[in-house]
Design a protein around this ligand. Structure first.
Ligand code: ADP
Ligand code: MG
Length: 586
């Protein structure tokens, strides 16, 4: 391949030679400057060059290819001139929406998404009406080519977005067929996160002297996201989530869960606690999913609980916060998830919960994001109480200022005459209202309804929040409060040896206990062991069982069948500045 290496410079959109209509569109979208990949790609594409772009999620690829594509359209020709191929319908929809925004001031340029699951009628109408920019999945594009309802003879530019994923999904033959049908003198653009050999072959066969552009992960369009994480015991996640939502008055967010079951469970819990929410996961019908997304976009409810897969391609602006209720699979997924907040130059927030041993995974994420994620302490019940007390005072003050209450002069005079001070009387009333109780304040919630009376901004059928079921600020089981070293899920054997005198024998069947030559004195944490074992051997972290950290050594249970392999891989490597010595414990 060879070619240019990108200088990672950002430019202003006005320096890129765009039409006034496109400049107006990016300004309206809130883009202040072009991202590095846009700065590199747009001028090259405008010159007519082929491009091979390697870059991370969230770097702004869509506009990088869509703007030049739009500029290239000849409005006098009412036939497809640009073809954008995407791996999934969700991505096609997402790209189509971005193209629609970019094209909004261009008269006579039309885009048309084409993907499975959508009615042929609409697509046929769009094609007949002369859409010039087609955004589609390879499968559906092939369909139309075979039916001869889509012709590529006027196509001047073909873009393959997320090419590696399209190949993973088995679209290689379709892609080749499509590229062969497009005129040979067209421009071709490949975007891919990775460059497996199959892509190199495609590039060799279907591009002409492409310019290679590579943008590193650091250059992403996501610096405007405030990222924090909390170490939370699994069982306290719900409680902490509610505290954060209340304390920070969060009104519109996505909450990511690891599994469908978790999604169901959490959505139910949130509803029970009076937060309007709905869920999105793979077991929900496509029709239902679309309804949920539409309602969420209209702010018909506050929290969307979703799995990664279901939320892929979900394009919602103005998300205040992305919660990682469960940690994502890897750092890339993390970036993908949090990219949903802080869109279009606005600041967004990402809040991540880390349970037990997951901390080592969080460390990888922190490294990947160049340390942009801060650790925060879980808000205490007192802080939450204080916030509620303040809300109560605020309501009281408002009521006083407005004067919309019935005066009780006679009653109060009686009390004053009996020798009670005004302060005593007011305090007693607050007491009766529950305003001085630390945990139980149902009346305050009714009187100070920060949420119940909130109107959703976009209309939609809003279900008023049921009064919350206080008392709800239960004592937390934070990591600080429970300094145990293991995840709490597995039942602990009845006779658990004291941590500082760990037993060399595993109590679990199928497990072998290994002894490591590091312990508390070397400052190790359980996550370190899971990390070094999984990281060095590439075995799933589930092979690691109990971890007992002693002062100078640590016992780690690992599954029988992997013990020998682990011993072989780990012995002698450097870890935390020490040479590891691992042996079967005895
Ligand atoms: P990629 O395809 O590289 O993953 P996208 O094209 O989907 O990235 O862009 C990610 C997000 O960044 C989108 O919400 C997009 O609107 C926004 N974005 C793109 N370019 C800019 C820019 N120059 N300034 C601010 N936001 C941008
Ligand atoms: Mg993209």
């Amino acid at each position: 391949m060879g070619g240019l290496e990108a200088r990672m410079q950002k430019k202003l959109f006005s320096e890129l030679g765009l039409s006034p209509e496109s400049l107006k569109a990016v300004a309206k979208m809130g883009f202040e400057e072009a991202s590095p990949i846009q700065s590199e790609t747009i001028p090259k594409l405008m010159e007519g060059k082929d491009i091979v772009g390697l870059s991370q999620t969230g770097s702004g690829k869509t506009a990088a290819f869509a703007i030049p594509a739009i500029e290239r359209v000849d409005v006098t020709i009412r036939a497809p001139q640009v073809l954008i191929l995407c791996p999934t319908r969700e991505l096609a929809m997402q790209v189509a929406e971005e193209v629609a925004k970019l094209v909004q001031f261009k008269k006579g340029v039309r885009e048309l998404p084409i993907y499975g699951g959508q009615s042929y009628d609409r697509q046929l109408r769009g094609l007949r009406e002369g859409a010039q920019i087609i955004i589609g999945t390879p499968g559906r594009v092939m369909d139309h080519l075979e039916r001869k309802t889509l012709k590529l003879d006027q196509v001047a530019m073909v873009i393959l977005d997320e090419a590696d994923r399209m190949l993973d999904m088995g679209f290689r033959e379709d892609i080749e067929t499509i590229l062969k049908q497009a005129p040979a003198e067209r421009q071709t653009v490949f975007f891919s996160a990775t460059m497996p050999p199959m892509i190199r072959t495609l590039i060799k066969n279907f591009t002409r002297a492409p310019v290679n552009i590579r943008i590193e992960a650091q250059a992403m369009v996501v610096p405007a996201i405030d990222q924090v994480y909390y170490e939370v015991d699994r069982r306290s996640k719900l409680e902490v989530l509610c505290r954060l939502i209340d304390l920070q008055d969060i009104k519109y967010g996505i909450i990511f869960c690891g599994t469908k079951m978790m999604c169901d469970e959490l959505a139910d819990h949130l509803k029970a606690r009076g937060y309007s929410s709905d869920k999105l996961h793979g077991d929900i019908s496509q029709q239902m999913r679309e309804r949920v997304v539409a309602k969420f976009k209209k702010r018909g409810f506050e929290f969307l609980v979703a799995t990664d897969v279901a939320a892929r391609g979900l394009d919602v602006d103005d998300i205040e916060v992305v919660f990682n209720y469960d940690l994502p699979q890897d750092a890339e997924d993390y970036v993908h998830r949090i990219g949903r907040t802080g869109r279009a130059g606005k600041t967004g927030r990402a809040i991540t919960f880390v349970a037990g041993r997951e901390i080592w995974k969080m460390q990888q994420i922190i490294r990947f994001t160049n340390g942009k994620v801060r650790r925060e302490k879980v808000p205490s019940a007192e802080e939450v109480e204080e916030k509620r007390t303040n809300a109560f005072l605020e309501t009281l003050r408002e009521t006083l200022e407005k004067g919309d209450y019935k005066r009780q002069d006679a009653t109060i005079d009686q009390l004053l005459n009996a020798g009670h001070s005004a302060t005593d009387i007011a305090s007693a009333l607050i007491h009766l209202l529950g305003g001085d109780k630390p945990a139980v304040q149902p009346i305050i919630e009714e009187q100070a309804p920060r949420r119940e009376f909130r109107e959703p901004r976009g209309g939609g059928n809003y279900e008023p929040r049921a009064p919350r079921d206080y008392p709800k600020y239960e004592p937390l089981k934070t990591r600080e409060a429970r300094p145990e070293k293991r995840e709490p899920r597995e039942p602990r054997p009845a006779a658990r040896p004291h941590r500082h005198e760990p037993s060399p024998v595993s109590h679990e069947t199928g497990m072998v206990r290994l002894a490591f030559n590091l312990g508390n004195e070397q400052g190790v944490a359980p996550g370190d062991f899971v990390g070094v074992i999984a990281g060095t051997t590439r075995l799933p972290k589930e092979v690691v069982g109990r971890i007992d950290i002693g002062d100078r050594q640590t016992f780690v249970d690992v599954s029988d069948e992997s013990a020998t392999f682990i011993l072989k891989k780990l012995n002698g490597i450097r870890f935390k500045g020490h040479k590891l010595a691992v042996a079967v414990a005895r």
